[in-house]
Design a binder for this molecule. Structure first.
Ligand code: ZN
Length: 273
């Protein structure tokens, strides 16, 4: 028996070494991939298995979206993937049960993806449904007419579609309803969710609040008349209005309020160069 056992051990030995070697290699590859994923926001297995593409008709609309057209090829692919996933992840409804068009889905998803493009978490987990209206609607909260309203408890973002479209088409007036309302979603998320992007947003929002306590900045803000006065309603409106200016008047914003611009850029993990 004994020689046979010895033979078996000898026979198995190379396989055992190979197995141990393979396990070590797997661990090393795992850590390298994890490092690359964190560095480049690239989930190789997810990309390999479920890379999402838009249908041709939707892609035609995507190609008219200004932010998308200025991206490099690989970022374009990532943007398209995120837009497709965002559309698959959310419910789009019309208040009068009208069908939702491809244009509506693409424009709204593009705005959400543009706002979160620097981040890893872009699906806005505190949002389930986007509810479209044919114009301003009566708010359940205060019975006034609103163009947009986010209800974090119901996880619904209600939007007046004509106003979304106007904000999207006129790019120099610092009014952009969808950017404004999605910023509220991102802001509330930063207070309630624990992932790294939410924490970063929260941190730089705190920096902005601290900066606002400086008399020097307050006086400058009041005198410059750059931001519309609605910005000073409360901290949520301030962030939302600032973000509209960030995308529509970045040059002047950066020139006049470099510190605020810097903090907002960091909050969104955004590259403006
Ligand atoms: Zn608002």
């Amino acid at each position: 028996m004994l020689p046979l056992l010895k033979n078996t051990q000898q026979w198995l030995a190379p396989y055992a070494y190979a197995l141990v070697g393979f396990l070590i290699l797997a661990v090393v590859v795992h850590f390298i991939l994890r490092y690359l994923q964190n560095k480049n926001d690239f989930l190789w297995y997810r990309h390999a298995i479920s890379w999402r593409w838009l249908s041709l008709s939707r892609k035609r609309i995507l190609k008219t979206y200004p932010f998308y057209t200025h991206l490099t090829t690989s970022y374009k692919r990532q943007f398209e993937h995120r837009v497709a996933r965002f559309i698959a992840d959310k419910k789009f409804e019309h208040r009068s049960k009208l069908p939702i068009t491809d244009e509506q889905k693409i424009v709204l998803a593009c705005v959400a993806v543009q706002l979160t493009f620097g981040r890893r978490h872009y699906l806005l987990e505190l949002l389930d449904t986007i509810l479209l209206f044919d114009g301003p609607f009566e708010s359940a909260a205060n019975q006034q007419l609103h163009k947009g309203e986010y209800n974090p408890r119901a996880r619904v973002l209600a939007l007046s579609w004509p106003d979304v479209l106007q904000g999207h088409q006129i790019t120099t007036d610092n009014y952009h309803l969808a950017i404004h309302e999605f910023t509220h979603v991102i802001h509330i998320e930063s207070e309630r969710v624990g992932h790294i992007d939410a924490m970063r947003y929260h941190k730089y929002h705190q920096h902005i609040l601290a900066a606002l306590t400086l008399p020097e900045l307050r006086i400058k803000l009041e005198q410059s008349l750059f931001f519309r006065t609605y910005a000073f309603t409360n901290q949520y409106e301030f962030m939302a209005v600032l973000t509209e200016y960030f995308f529509e008047s970045p040059v002047r914003f950066k020139e006049e309020f470099p510190q605020l611009f810097y903090y907002l850029k960091k909050a969104l993990l955004y590259k403006d160069e």
